[in-house]
Unconditional design. Structure first.
Length: 283
């Protein structure tokens, strides 16, 4: 819980917010969250599978509302609303049911933006919620500004693999020896909720022989010259992070002859963590 409090106040200080935001739905399961690997592409908000009223996460000024689509925003949003929450933060509420709800010009937390629905690129009842910082031109993980959802689970590490220059994969859970050389480290990790859904974690760290070689954070993704960038030891294009294998690429590491100890640490937004240690030999 200390992790959550510190993360919120740090983010709030940077973004100029005083009070925590609320989730736009009182109830609902998260089917995909910020950073989720969706067939090699990151999800830049949160998909809620729910049936109910959608309300502002924070009071804000209405920028736009539409029952149509918006191809310039992430995915086709169907029926959506954009609110300026101050401090440069834009809240986008999409994939709602097309209706005649009149959104106030100055929306309070108690106002209704619409109903969860099935519109845009969605095949399930719910709503898509995302936050964009237009000052820094970055998408923000709502979990750093809003308390973790009650259905939070614990991190799991499903697999750790090494990919060689030819694209061949080595599962470290099934071998004790590898050939000398340079490899890309791929980690398949998630947070498993109580309803067994697998969501993206908040941070993944990889260390080799005690030295950190990769730290991937899911707090924000930046837009730079038309390219979406993730934070992995600095800004890198998301294409270098998101594998089509539903894994995350943590970076490259060289393995000379001898014994190697690799540690993977996965952390969720509430500060819960899980680690695995692999020991193998390079020949």
């Amino acid at each position: 819980m200390k992790f959550v409090i510190c993360a919120f106040f740090l983010a709030a200080a940077v973004l100029g917010l005083v009070y925590p935001m609320d989730w736009p739905l009182a109830n609902g399961l998260v089917s995909k969250n910020f950073g989720y690997n969706d067939n090699g592409r990151p999800v830049l908000g949160i998909n809620f599978a729910a049936n109910g009223q959608v309300k502002p996460a924070e009071q804000g000024e209405l920028l736009f509302s539409s029952a149509g689509t918006a191809s310039s925003l992430p995915g086709v949003l169907g029926s959506w609303v954009a609110l300026d929450h101050g401090g440069g933060i834009i809240g986008i509420y999409g994939r709602m049911a097309p209706d005649n709800t009149e959104v106030p010009v100055l929306a309070e937390k108690s106002d209704i933006l619409g109903q969860s629905g099935i519109s845009g690129w969605s095949g399930e009842q719910g709503v898509y919620f995302s936050l964009f910082d237009r000052k820094e031109r970055r998408w923000i993980n709502p979990s750093i500004l809003i308390n973790p959802l009650p259905d939070s689970g614990l991190p799991v590490i499903q697999s750790v693999k090494l990919k060689d220059s030819g694209g061949s994969l080595i599962n470290l859970g099934q071998t004790k020896t590898i050939s000398q050389g340079r490899y890309t480290v791929l980690v398949e990790a998630a947070v498993q909720t109580r309803n067994r859904s697998l969501l993206a974690p908040f941070r993944i760290t990889c260390s080799v022989n005690g030295a950190e070689i990769g730290r991937l954070g899911f707090d924000a993704y930046s837009a730079r010259s038309g390219t979406l960038m993730a934070y992995r030891n600095g800004l890198v294009p998301v294409s270098q992070v998101y594998s089509s294998l539903s894994a995350f690429e943590l970076g490259d590491a060289g393995f000379p002859r001898g014994q190697t100890t690799m540690e993977i640490i996965v952390q969720d937004a509430a500060g819960n963590s899980r680690n695995l240690i692999y020991r193998f030999a390079a020949e």
